[in-house]
Design a binder for this molecule. Structure first.
Ligand SMILES: Nc1ncnc2c1ncn2[C@@H]1O[C@H](COP(=O)(O)OP(=O)(O)O)[C@@H](O)[C@H]1O
Ligand SMILES: [Mg+2]
Length: 382
């Protein structure tokens, strides 16, 4: 079976400075050889610190920007080879929602116009059926149909994100890239939006690429996780496996949220000032070596490749790949989040929010889902 989406060796460098003649003299290596795939109906999370290239990967995958190298295949077709018409057809299949829905919703258009636009553009429903379709979309994301006459500023943040999701759904996509979709929302509203996304996935068979720097959120939404550091993927694993035993030193640091010990405190200061790892001037070899407690000479020299890990004893590949020269020699990885519940306070809060699902009636059919939770609970937030 071909994957829904397959990205291979994507590279994107942005010019950071130019000389007198306009020639770039330095580059931000935002994405530097990234490969991954997404299966139908699956959620792949892209996690990593701010600036590691997550949004750039998202835009490359949708061909909103062109890669310097690498390829993206959607249902086996090479996106870079599409002509204008084919690209337009592809845009129906893959949508994106952003952290700040207000910035992506035209303030001068009513919600009805916002949702009607893609329907008209892609000629999805005849004009006389559009109104009904718009109302159906609003119900689908838990908003009242009468909201179609209102403007984006009349809604709370969570409701605006629901509108953005409805607009993405209008074209009946197969893939939605969610770029930090809940990062700007209150914790309580967050879980409602995440529940809505999961629920829509179950019912519509959607695939998501879920971009986030927040691991608590990722743990609850993703099937698989790809951990990014400075423009590269350092580890990919099933979500449970990653949280049970992160292997890459960077993933361990990220997951435990313990600051990575800086080697030789004083000198480290100097090193950090001079060579603060950035995508503008990334470290040689393993890009994590300047912050890694396990660095040896080889890490400074050789770029480690993402390799499948073998599970000890069985010899089976376990769908867990790591890019680290020393992975076999590291101390055993510890579970970051015990499965019996000893979560950190932040996780606890989120888990609590999850255990009071808004929509007990997910079974109640297409138009009923999350109607109650969404609109009313968020009404309080305004
Ligand atoms: N259009 C651009 N021009 C120049 N640099 C960019 C551009 N877009 C992103 N970058 C740089 O690329 C790196 C990765 O950015 P981004 O993909 O937005 O990271 P993330 O989403 O993980 O925070 C950052 O250093 C950022 O400053
Ligand atoms: Mg981003």
């Amino acid at each position: 079976m071909t994957a829904l989406l397959e990205a291979t060796d994507l590279v994107k460098h942005f010019p950071a400075s130019r000389n007198l003649f306009g020639r770039p003299t330095s580059f931000v290596r935002a994405v530097d050889g990234v490969s991954f795939h997404v299966e139908a109906g699956e959620t792949l999370a892209l996690v990593g610190e701010s600036g590691c290239g997550k949004s750039t990967v998202s835009r490359l995958v949708l061909r909103l920007i062109e890669p310097d190298a690498g390829s993206v295949r959607f249902e086996g077709r090479d996106l870079l080879a599409l002509d204008a018409n084919e690209l337009r057809a592809f845009r129906r299949q893959a949508q994106i929602i952003f952290q700040d829905p207000y910035a992506s919703l035209n303030p001068r258009m009513t919600v009805g116009q916002i949702l009607g636009e893609p329907l008209a553009l892609h000629e999805l429903v005849p004009p006389n059926a559009r109104r009904a379709r718009i109302e159906e979309l609003l119900r689908l994301v838990g908003l009242e149909p009468r909201f179609a006459r209102r403007y984006p500023h009349e809604f709370s943040g969570g409701q605006r994100q629901r509108i953005a999701i409805a607009r993405a759904l209008a074209v009946e996509p197969k893939l939605i890239i969610c770029d930090e979709p809940v990062s700007a929302l209150d914790v309580s509203i967050r879980s409602q939006i995440l529940n809505l996304l999961r629920d829509l996935q179950d019912r519509l068979g959607l695939s998501y690429i879920f971009v986030s720097h927040d691991l608590a959120v990722v743990k609850h939404i993703a099937d698989r996780v790809a951990v990014m550091n400075l423009g590269g993927i350092v580890e990919t694993a099933e979500t449970d496996a990653l949280f049970a035993a992160p292997l890459h030193p960077y993933s361990r640091a990220l997951l435990s949220a313990i600051p990575v010990p800086k080697p030789q405190a004083k000198r480290a200061r100097i090193i950090l000032q001079g060579e603060m790892p950035s995508a503008l001037n990334p470290p040689s070899g393993c890009r994590f070596h300047t912050r890694c407690p396990f660095t040896v000479e080889r890490c400074r020299l050789e770029v480690p490749e993402l390799r499948q890990e073998q599970r000890h004893g069985t010899g089976h590949a376990i769908n867990h790949a790591v890019a680290c020269h020393r992975v076999g020699e590291l101390p055993p990885a510890e579970a970051v989040v015990p499965s019996d519940g000893g979560f950190s306070p932040v996780l606890e809060k989120l888990v609590a929010a999850f255990s009071h699902p808004v929509e007990a009636a997910a079974v109640a059919g297409v138009n009923k889902v999350s109607t109650s939770g969404g609109a009313e609970a968020e009404g309080r937030e305004r």
